[in-house]
Design a protein around this ligand. Structure first.
Ligand code: NAP
Ligand code: SF4
Length: 689
């Protein structure tokens, strides 16, 4: 969010922008010979979903805001070089002359905003979700139902030619460069690693043969675009799959790509089918920059590091420590288009933090929805959600400083309304304060801190420890009720026993929990509570070595692809996670992160049971009905995570008295509530007042 009301001084007493001294490496230009990038910040590739809808004006507006916000070089979402290479049938690409006019809208808008933009050429290979997919060998991936067609000589030649033609068209469309996607297990990576490539001709077998495809692609792309055009090659430094590339092979490829014409090497980590998280919130910040650092000094072209870098301080220290020449951040630019501008102006604490949740970006992409951002609902909606100055400044009361109320308050204040915010608790944040204590969810601390900063800077009149009453709300032009939720009462016989607590008691109240535990309810909160109760000591997310050991990641010099045997820590408690639905617990968790939560609990020996009924809780545990008949689960503590109900008492009282109120967040609908919906609803309501 940006506003004149929240802006801080942007120059030092001597007239230089404060960021120049705070982030000297990050804000230094990068000379590429024919062109100089204004800083070391790459906005990494992210799919928006807008291109497939043909809404190119919206695509242009999205990238233009990020260019105006200071990104040194923007990389677009992946564009297919041909129909068979699209991530799904009809996926956006640049393989007809007609596409050029659409892409020109984007490049024009970015250049007008003072930025530079390169187009990513993404050939999905066997990850393409369609029966026409192609690869090095006819081996299906575990994340796709389609067996790819093994390409013959002519087929390979066609793919290489299509890369080159695509790059040439990108140049015609006005791009400053292209990024050739060679990592994450996509087409090029499928030739490089024995994991997929089982060929015995000149494209398979020895590494020299396996790297022939990327080298040919690079040579032909360079020949097609000329010398004065940026070519980034995204190199897989760590495949994280069996039969991945060895470090010697990676080094060889890096040097060959430099020789073949690459201007910059960008870091890719982990194939999409890898069972190791690489960007989720529980991954430590900058968890893989040590791998990029291994390549520093081995090639003469600049290196970019990536993955879970979300603050200018982290980015600056990576550059200062010599991990890379440039830093890639993708999701942080969804969260805040002005990431670089705010850092440069000494306003880093105003940067809306990407919390690595994937909920509105990657989860949307994989569900075929337009991407956005949990903390910034304007992302990819720049043409339809705007916080314009209000025609008439009103007095606005917001009750409840959880995510919905906070966002509503901030947007209303940004638009010029006079906002009073009431919170019953002694701190703002609502449910975010429970999320932030879960190991692996430390990023929520930063989100609450950001809200604190912005509430203070927006001049919002904040009343903590204050239960708003109907009388106190009289006289306001607008009243917004965001009072949140209450834990649902599951009405299980025996639930009043001393051995029963709910998630709020555990996460906020510090309730005593024994060593054998039944967690009732396997929604997001049941999973979070199970994670919390199995941990002891410092969270692995804050301890890179521990985290790498837990998930089985090692130096690629020690093992090809960087894979080692996972060594999960001993769990602090024996947990059984229960649900009534006869489906796999955790099935409804985030599309791209649910597997991580399930894998993490499985590694901590959490037993998960679906299809049970809760008959009664006794001092000895809980009596269940299951398919196999009654079962007594002997536990010391039962933790209720059985969903939530809207806290609507105030809203109902006001409405019964005929007072018009707006009800948002969990107070509105508690079912399937999450911070994404709460923040989006708060922002959209306040944008309309
Ligand atoms: P939830 O996802 O609705 O899960 C509630 C659980 O309680 C379900 O497993 C449900 O399964 C069970 N349940 C519902 N009614 C019950 C009853 N009367 N008696 C016994 N069990 C009952 O809600 P939640 O876990 O409370 O989470 C709330 C929201 O916060 C979620 O929707 C989620 O989006 C959000 N959240 C998200 C994350 C995340 O990682 N993204 C993490 C935490 C919370 P059965 O009915 O089958 O037993
Ligand atoms: Fe980051 Fe979550 Fe926003 Fe995606 S939705 S950009 S992960 S904060």
């Amino acid at each position: 969010m940006s506003s004149a009301r929240t802006a801080r001084p942007v120059t030092s007493p001597d007239g230089t922008p404060p960021g120049a001294s705070l982030y000297p490496h990050l804000l230094a230009p990068l000379d590429l010979g024919h062109v100089s990038l204004r800083n070391r910040v790459l906005m990494g590739s992210m799919h928006t979903g807008l291109e497939e809808r043909g809404d190119w004006d919206r695509v242009a507006a999205y990238y233009a805001e990020r260019a105006a916000g200071g990104a040194g070089l923007i990389i677009t979402g992946g564009m297919a070089p041909n129909a068979e290479g699209g991530v799904f049938p009809g996926a956006a690409g640049l393989y007809t002359e007609d596409d050029i006019a659409n892409h020109r809208k984007v490049t024009q808008a970015v250049h007008d905003a003072g930025g530079r933009i390169a187009m990513q050429i993404l050939h999905a290979g066997r990850y393409a979700y369609g029966k026409d997919c192609v690869s090095s060998s006819a081996i299906k991936s575990p994340i796709s139902p389609f067996v790819p067609r093994e390409l013959d000589e002519d087929g390979i030649e066609k793919q290489i030619a299509d890369f080159a033609t695509c790059a040439q068209r990108a140049r015609e469309a006005g791009y400053d460069g292209v990024e050739v996607m060679g990592s994450e297990g996509y087409f090029i990576n499928q030739f490089l690693a024995l994991h997929v490539n089982r060929r015995e001709d000149r494209w398979g077998g020895s590494y020299e043969n396996r790297m022939r495809l990327p080298v040919e692609v690079m040579k032909r792309v360079r020949a097609a675009v000329g010398d004065d055009f940026i070519i980034v090659y995204r190199i897989s430094l760590l495949d994280l799959v069996p039969n991945g590339q060895s470090w010697d092979e990676v080094l060889r490829l890096a040097r060959a790509m430099e020789e073949a014409g690459a201007s910059i090497l960008n870091t890719g980590i982990g194939w999409h089918e890898a069972r190791i998280p690489t960007i989720a919130t529980s991954v430590p910040r900058a968890a893989f920059s040590w791998v990029t650092k291994k390549l520093m000094g081995q090639v003469g072209i600049p290196l970019i590091t990536s993955n879970r870098i979300n603050t200018p301080d982290v980015a600056e220290s990576l550059l200062a420590e010599g991990c890379a020449d440039m830093v890639s951040m993708a999701r942080p630019f969804l969260a805040d288009a002005e990431f670089v501008k705010k850092a440069a102006e000494g306003r880093a604490e105003e940067i809306t933090p990407c919390i690595g949740c994937n909920q509105a970006c990657l989860d949307h992409t994989f569900m075929g929805k337009i991407s956005s951002c949990l903390v910034n609902p304007r992302a990819c909606h720049e043409t339809e959600l705007n916080y314009t100055p209000a025609a008439q400044a009103k007095t606005v009361a917001v009750v409840g400083a959880g995510p919905a109320g906070l966002m509503a308050a901030l947007v209303a204040a940004e638009r010029g309304h006079k906002v009073t915010l009431y919170e019953r608790d002694g701190q703002i944040g609502g449910q975010l304060n429970m999320a932030r204590v879960i190991p692996g969810k430390e990023e929520f601390h930063g989100l609450v801190e950001w809200f604190e900063t912005m509430v203070a800077r927006a001049g919002i009149d904040l009343h903590l420890n204050t239960e708003a009453t109907a009388e106190a709300l009289e006289g306001f032009d607008e009243v917004i009720i965001a009072t949140g939720v209450l834990p649902r009462d599951p009405q299980i016989p025996g639930q009043d026993g001393a051995n029963v607590v709910n998630y709020v008691d555990v996460l906020k109240g510090g309730a005593m929990v024994g060593s054998r535990v039944a967690v009732l309810g396997a929604g997001g909160i049941g999973f979070d509570v199970s994670e919390y109760l199995t941990h002891q000591g410092e969270s692995p997310t804050l301890h890179l070595d521990h985290w790498l050991r837990e998930w089985g990641v090692t130096d690629p010099e020690a093992a090809p692809g960087g894979l080692a045997k996972p060594e999960p820590p001993k769990p602090a408690r024996a947990i059984t996670l229960l649900q009534r639905k006869a489906e796999r617990p955790g099935k409804r968790l985030g599309k791209t992160t649910g597997w991580i939560h399930r894998a993490s609990l499985t590694a901590r020996d959490v037993r998960m049971m679906g299809g049970v009924s809760y008959e009664a809780i006794t001092p000895d545990g809980i009596m269940l009905s299951t398919d196999q008949g009654p079962q007594m689960l002997a536990v010391d503590t039962v933790v209720l995570c059985t969903g939530q109900e809207p806290m609507r008492a105030l809203a109902d009282a006001l409405q019964e008295a005929g007072r018009p109120v707006h009800v948002i967040g969990g107070a509105d609908v508690a079912a399937e509530l999450d911070a994404k919906r709460a923040i989006d609803q708060g922002a959209r309501l306040a944008a309309s007042l």
